[in-house]
Design a protein around this ligand. Sequence first.
Ligand SMILES: CC(C)(COP(=O)(O)OP(=O)(O)OC[C@H]1O[C@@H](n2cnc3c(N)ncnc32)[C@H](O)[C@@H]1OP(=O)(O)O)[C@@H](O)C(=O)NCCC(=O)NCCS
Length: 254
Amino acid sequence: MEMMKECIVCTYADRPETRPLIEGLELQAWPRFMLHGDVRSWHSLFESFADCQLLLCRPNGEILAVGHTVPLFWDGSFAGLPATIEAIIDRAEQGRSERRPANAVSALAAMVDPAQRGHGLSRKIVEEMKALAARRGCGSLIAPVRPTWKSRYPLMPMDRYVAWRRGDGAPFDPWLRVHQSLGARPLGIAPATVTVTGTLDEWREWTGMDFPASGSYVVPGALQPVSIDREQDLGLYQDPNYWMEHAVGPPVSS
Ligand SMILES: CC(C)(COP(=O)(O)OP(=O)(O)OC[C@H]1O[C@@H](n2cnc3c(N)ncnc32)[C@H](O)[C@@H]1OP(=O)(O)O)[C@@H](O)C(=O)NCCC(=O)NCCS
């Protein structure tokens, strides 16, 4: 765990010069079509919530991992959760402009540099997200978790997939397992946190696949099938997530 010793935690507010590095990580972290979804306000993370964008860095400045979060108000109910990534950011922006105190922090994404994966950095990112929520006096870290192995089982309904367990009772999916092992409880399924629509040409470019007939297609990186309508020249994909909540203790007063 040498790497963990060398790891410095800061935020984008401390290191605004890292934007191109973060965008470079995004290109490696997500299937290409996910970069063309209906998330219009992502720029707000950097402009309005710079101190909620966590960075794990080496002393030389190299970025190992990124954790995107925003502060927002949540009424504590499943029905009160935002339905989409865009709605999470919108609610945070609205709270900020109305000066409404946030009582929760929502995770939006975690990315570990591909060369640094498999060393526990994802746990560290979630722990730092929880610490951020505690520092801000929030009672919860909520997370629309994108189960990383769901893309291997795109035909399995999400409600059945998230219920899969290993022999030891832990969730089958590694990313759900990380959250649960850090104390998260499941809230429920968000069926479409990001919607991606594009022409057939765009889908060909994003996936390297052809779509000779209308119908459902299994596409690498997609958690469920992509629906292709040749007559309308339209491909549609919806990214399902699993809402989880980490209860966060009150900040330790100094
Ligand atoms: C998901 C992601 C953040 C995980 O980061 P990571 O640092 O490699 O993960 P960790 O080393 O902390 O491992 C997490 C768990 O996955 C398991 N795991 C990691 N790599 C694995 C592999 N190749 N095969 C099987 N299990 C693996 C680990 O054993 C661990 O489970 P455990 O705690 O039960 O042992 C990283 O893969 C990533 O950036 N992916 C692209 C973006 C993404 O999908 N983010 C998540 C959705 S927001």
